[in-house]
Design a binder for this molecule. Structure first.
Ligand SMILES: *Cc1c(COP(=O)(O)O)cnc(C)c1O
Length: 401
C-alpha cells in the first residue's frame, strides 16, 4: 500500500502523490530540475521522456501528478498563473461558441471573457447560477461551456454543483469549476460531474503568498490531450522553482485548511453579532441562505478521507477561510475599517497563512466596472489566516470600534 499513493488518504497523498524519493539520489524532497533541455542518447532516444522544459519538466510532473490525485482526477496540468490556466481551458472554445458565466466570479475571469475572448468571437452571458430557474434558461444552442466558482467571489454564495453539472451536460456543454476558494480538501467538483477543475495555485494550494501559479485537472483522456497540446503550443508554463513552491505548500494543505476553517467560522460568528456589521456572508453560518447547498458541495472534499460521517466531516473540515461582510455606514465605514486593521494586512489575494483584508469594489473586483454587476461599496472581504483566533478577533474589534 505504501508504494501506491492512490490507496492513501488525502493528507498522505498531499505529501506523497507524484513525489517518490528521487530515483537518482534518494532525495526525499522533489528536486528543482532547473534545466531547459535534456540530453538524448541518440536522435529521439531520451533518458526518461524529457526533451524540452516548455513541454515537460520533472518538478512540474510531480506537481501535476499530485494535484490530479488530490482533485480525484486523472490528469493535472500546471501553468504560470491561474489566468494562464483559465485561458488554456478557454482555448478549447471556438469562434461562435457561447459560455454561461456565473455572475459572481473573480474579476480577472470576467475581464478575460469581456475583453480578450470576445475579440475571438466567443460570447457569454452573466447568469446568477444560484437561481435554478435562471440557470435552466441560460443555455443557447451554441452554449459550449458553463464557468463558475463556488463559493462565489466575493459574496460566498454557493451554487448547487451537482445540479448545474447535470444541466450543462443535458445541454451538451462542459462545466468548468474554479475551485480556488474551497481547495480539494473541502470540495472536489470532478466527483460530481465537473469536466474541468481550475485553480489559482497562488492562493490556498501555494498557501504562503510567495508564488503565482495555476492548475487544471481533468478526468477525460481526450480533454487531457487537447489541453496538453495547448499548454505546450501557447507555453504559459511555470518554472521548476515555482512548481517546487506549490508542491511544498500542498504538503500542508489539510492542516492549513482545518485551521483556516476554524478561524473563518470564529470570525464569521463574531462579525454576525457585531453592531457595526450589517450582514455577514459565510457558508458556515446556519443562517446563511446557502448553508445547505454548501454542505452538499463541501461534502465532496478530500477531508472525507479522515472523517467517517458527513456530519463530523463538516464539523471538523469546516467551510473555509473566506468571509465577507457589509459594514454599517456604507462605503466610508468600509474604507475606514480596512485601513485600520493591523494584523489583517490590506492587500489583494487570499489563501495564505497570513490574514488579509480588502475592499472588493475598489480592489479585486474593480475590473467588473461596466459589466452591470454592482459590488456594494460597503462590502469588505477577509481572507482569514491561521494566526491565533484571539488576535484576529481583537484586531477586527479595534478596527470596527
Ligand atoms: C486569484 C484568482 C484567479 C487568478 O489567478 P492568478 O494566479 O492570480 O492568475 C482566478 N480565480 C480565482 C478564484 C482567484 O482567486
Amino acid at each position: 500500500m505504501k508504494g501506491d499513493p492512490k490507496e492513501l488518504g488525502f493528507d498522505s497523498r498531499a505529501i506523497h502523490a507524484g513525489q517518490p524519493p528521487d530515483p537518482r539520489t534518494g532525495a526525499v524532497s522533489v528536486p528543482i530540475y532547473q534545466t531547459s533541455t535534456y540530453a538524448q542518447h541518440g536522435v529521439g532516444d531520451t533518458y526518461a521522456g524529457y526533451e524540452y522544459s516548455r513541454t515537460h519538466n520533472p518538478t512540474r510532473t510531480a506537481l501535476e501528478e499530485c494535484i490530479a490525485s488530490l482533485e480525484a482526477g486523472t490528469h493535472g496540468l500546471a501553468f504560470a498563473s491561474g489566468m494562464a490556466a483559465i485561458m488554456t481551458v478557454c482555448s478549447l472554445l471556438e469562434s461562435g461558441d457561447h459560455v454561461v458565466l456565473s455572475d459572481d466570479v473573480y474579476g480577472g475571469t470576467y475581464r478575460l471573457f469581456a475583453r480578450v475572448l470576445s475579440r475571438y468571437g466567443v460570447t457569454f452571458n452573466l447568469v446568477d447560477l444560484t437561481d435554478t430557474e435562471k440557470a435552466q434558461t441560460a443555455f443557447k444552442p451554441e452554449t459550449k461551456m458553463v464557468w463558475l466558482e463556488t463559493p462565489t467571489n466575493p459574496l460566498l454564495r454557493s451554487i448547487d454543483l451537482q445540479r448545474v453539472a447535470d444541466l450543462a451536460h443535458i445541454n451538451g456543454a462542459w462545466i468548468a469549476v474554479d475551485n480556488t476558494f474551497a481547495s480539494p480538501y473541502l470540495q472536489r467538483p470532478l466527483t460530481i460531474g465537473a469536466d474541468f477543475v481550475i485553480h489559482s495555485a497562488t492562493k490556498y494550494l501555494g498557501g504562503h503568498s510567495d508564488v503565482v501559479g495555476g492548475l487544471v485537472v481533468v478526468r477525460d483522456q481526450s480533454l487531457r490531450e487537447r489541453l496538453t497540446f495547448h499548454q505546450n503550443a501557447a507555453g504559459g508554463v511555470p518554472g521548476p522553482f515555482d512548481c517546487f513552491l506549490v508542491l511544498r505548500g500542498i504538503k500542508t494543505l489539510g492542516v492549513r485548511m482545518r485551521q483556516h476553517s476554524a478561524n473563518g467560522q470564529t470570525v464569521a460568528n463574531f462579525l454576525a453579532q457585531h453592531p457595526k456589521v450589517e450582514a455577514v456572508y459565510y457558508p458556515g453560518l446556519k443562517s446563511d441562505p446557502y448553508h445547505e447547498i454548501a454542505l452538499r458541495n463541501l461534502g465532496t472534499g478530500g477531508a472525507a478521507d479522515s472523517f467517517k460521517t458527513t456530519d463530523s466531516l463538516i464539523i471538523k473540515a469546516g467551510f473555509g477561510g473566506m468571509v465577507s461582510f457589509l459594514a454599517r455606514g456604507g462605503e466610508s465605514a468600509a474604507r475606514a475599517m480596512v485601513a485600520k486593521t493591523q494584523l489583517f494586512t490590506l492587500a489583494e489575494s487570499l489563501g495564505g497563512v497570513e490574514s488579509l483584508i480588502e475592499h472588493p469594489a475598489a480592489m479585486t473586483h474593480a475590473s467588473l466596472a461596466g459589466s452591470g454587476i454592482e459590488i456594494d461599496p460597503a462590502l469588505v472581504r477577509l481572507s482569514v489566516g491561521i494566526e491565533n483566533e484571539n488576535d484576529l478577533i481583537a484586531d477586527l474589534e479595534q478596527a470596527l470600534g
